[in-house]
Design a protein around this ligand. Structure first.
Ligand code: AKB
Length: 323
């Protein structure tokens, strides 16, 4: 246990080397210096200066227990998961990691009195029975991927732990997250990150989704801010204890390519559709996140144009430094 003055919150990020975890860790350290931050993942990642890093497989319950007890963890962000496309390649493993991992975290959080837990759901929890446009907070949910099934089940487990054990679990249904520092790992929305790397590398991109497949998306800074704002929100105001709809924008591969072409006129896109198209076809195009906006003041900052500017500027600067 740390010599922890009362005002320091001990925060654990599980999956800290991933796309969201790595950015969340550096933002937490920058904006909340009152936190003691423990980062863990299967492999040592770029833990930001000031954080403690330990390797952890979230399926290893006794190691996770030791970590929570030893550090006196008060708050957990559990982000380790297998995403939609990778999950379809290995459904049994995806189910095990996504479900057992979550149950380990929930169980140990109750046992050790962890004050607050964050767990990510996804637009993958929706399915073909969900309205495609302006999906309300409480629609039909009939996911067709193992990842989506684990997200829907996980949402219900979170709500169960809130109601049965009084554990303060909070969750967001993320759309596709677009970032330039850390790549996503095995999702259906990954094309919207790859396209920027390829645009700058060779001026062309072959999309694995069709030109007109519209999906909800969000820039990483908005995703991190949404997460932190939800975690700081007054619990009394939270009417949703499964997972909140949130979104920032929706676009198709063609619209994204056109936005890139406005900055890089020679950029070309073509299409070679693969199995990920069938996954995207079961997901909604546009999300209604009014409940999140009403309950805890959610508001996105980045639209498509701002997103494209950020991605191209930051990736171009990295390429310049690497020369
Ligand atoms: C995926 O494509 O699997 C993820 C998600 C939408 O949850 N990015």
């Amino acid at each position: 246990m740390h010599n922890n003055p009362k005002e320091h919150t001990v925060t654990l990020i599980i999956g800290s080397s991933g796309q969201l975890g790595s950015e969340l860790a550096s933002t937490l350290l920058k904006e909340r210096p009152d936190k003691i931050l423990i980062c863990c993942d299967l492999h040592q990642g770029p833990a930001p200066d000031g954080a403690i890093f330990e390797t952890l497989d979230v399926l290893d319950q006794s190691k996770l227990e030791d970590m929570i007890r030893r550090h006196g963890v008060q708050e957990i962000y559990h982000l380790a998961a297998m995403l939609s496309a990778k999950g379809e390649q290995n459904p049994a493993m995806a189910w095990r990691l996504n479900m057992e991992g979550l149950l380990n975290v929930l169980e140990l959080s109750v046992k050790y009195g962890v004050g607050r837990v964050f767990w990510p759901s996804s637009i993958a929890a929706f399915g073909p029975g969900t309205p495609r446009d302006l999906v309300p907070q409480w629609p039909v949910m009939d996911p067709r991927t193992v990842y989506g099934i684990s997200k829907l089940s996980g949402e219900l487990w979170c709500q169960y732990y809130v109601q049965r054990f009084g554990l303060d679990v909070r969750s967001l249904r993320y759309p596709g997250i677009i970032s330039w520092r850390t790549p996503p790992g095995g999702g259906t929305t990954d094309y919207a990150v790859e396209i920027f790397h390829e645009a700058l590398r060779c001026g062309a991109y072959t999309s694995f989704l069709q030109a007109h497949t519209r999906l909800p998306m969000m820039y990483i800074d908005d995703a991190v801010r949404a997460t932190l704002e939800l975690m700081q929100a007054d619990g009394e105001r939270l009417s949703v204890r499964t997972s909140y709809n949130i979104t920032a924008m929706s676009f198709t591969p063609l619209e994204l390519a056109e936005a890139i072409q406005r900055r890089l006129p020679h950029f070309q896109i073509d299409y070679r559709v693969d199995f990920r198209q069938a996954i995207a076809d079961t997901w909604p195009a546009v999300i209604d996140d009014q409940v999140a906006r009403d309950d805890w003041g959610w508001n996105h900052h980045f639209d498509l144009s701002a997103l494209v500017d950020e991605m191209l500027t930051n990736l171009a600067a990295i390429r310049e430094r690497q020369r």
